[in-house]
Design a protein around this ligand. Structure first.
Ligand SMILES: Nc1ncnc2c1ncn2[C@@H]1O[C@H](COP(=O)(O)OP(=O)(O)O)[C@@H](O)[C@H]1O
Ligand SMILES: [Mg+2]
Length: 237
């Protein structure tokens, strides 16, 4: 099968003239679980924003499922993005947070209620349906955020440092929880992190970024055994 997500020669320069993405090329088959690993400032979030349609590349093309996406607005891409701070709506309860994207899509109430029920069950949150966001723990909030992102059945799931707002002690546990929920879904997933242990645990394939460029892409064991250069080897220590 061909690739679902295809980035070709993506460049991005900000208004101040700084080159933030330099010739990014990437092809992912459907269902790939990719981790993007790189230090802070390496361009990970910028790349996700381009894929989501929240920012435009200076040059290069992005295609998904055979369709050129460069000029497709974000809401027509049907991609899901989960942010570091979860960006939940504090004034809405759990079910209204999860239903948000369904409402935006114009789904009728009965179908939306059913889908919210499915998502709550999948996340083990059924008893929290009417709870307010500020009455939830960090881990519960993460599951609500994931439920809200997955409810509209996105074609692509993007997670931007989803664990970094949480306590260190929670992180390992929630990473396992997160991957257990996502891995059985046949959804192409991009997990962004600056932590190599997280990247290796979350992705079948890991792409290492540095200063706006792809340094190396491979299976976790390949990267560790055969780092392409000193920078990659030192970064993975
Ligand atoms: N809107 C912007 N204008 C100018 N520079 C930006 C903007 N957004 C990000 N940058 C810069 O682009 C680089 C990459 O940022 P980012 O994609 O957020 O990296 P990461 O997510 O890997 O930490 C950083 O040097 C950052 O300061
Ligand atoms: Mg970032």
């Amino acid at each position: 099968m061909g690739s679902e997500l295809v980035l070709k020669h993506i460049h991005k320069t900000f208004a101040d003239g700084s080159l933030v993405l330099n010739d990014i090329n990437l092809e992912l088959p459907k269902g790939t679980k990719l981790s993007i690993l790189g230090p802070s400032g390496s361009g990970k979030t910028t790349l996700l924003r381009l894929i989501a349609g929240l920012a435009a590349p200076g040059s290069g093309t992005f295609s998904f499922a055979g369709e050129l996406m460069n000029d497709v607005p974000p809401y027509k891409r049907n991609f899901g993005m989960m942010f570091q701070d979860f960006a939940l709506f504090p004034h809405l309860n759990v079910e209204d947070n999860i239903a948000f994207g369904l409402k935006m899509k114009g789904m009728d109430r009965a179908r939306s209620d059913a889908r919210v029920g499915e998502m709550l069950a999948m996340m083990g949150l059924s008893e929290f349906r009417k709870r307010h966001i500020d009455e939830l723990s960090g881990g519960e909030r993460q599951r609500v955020a994931l439920a809200r992102t997955l409810a509209p059945q996105p074609r692509l799931l993007m997670l931007d440092e989803p664990l970094s707002a949480l306590d260190r002690s929670l992180r390992k546990h929630l990473l396992i929880e997160l991957t257990q929920i996502i891995s059985p879904l046949n959804i192409t997933t991009i997990f962004v992190t600056h932590d190599h242990e997280e990247a290796f645990a979350a992705g079948d394939l890991v792409l290492i970024m540095n200063q706006g460029e792809i340094e190396q892409k491979g299976l976790p064991e390949e990267l560790i055994r055969f780092p392409k250069n000193d920078w990659v080897r030192d970064f993975l220590k």
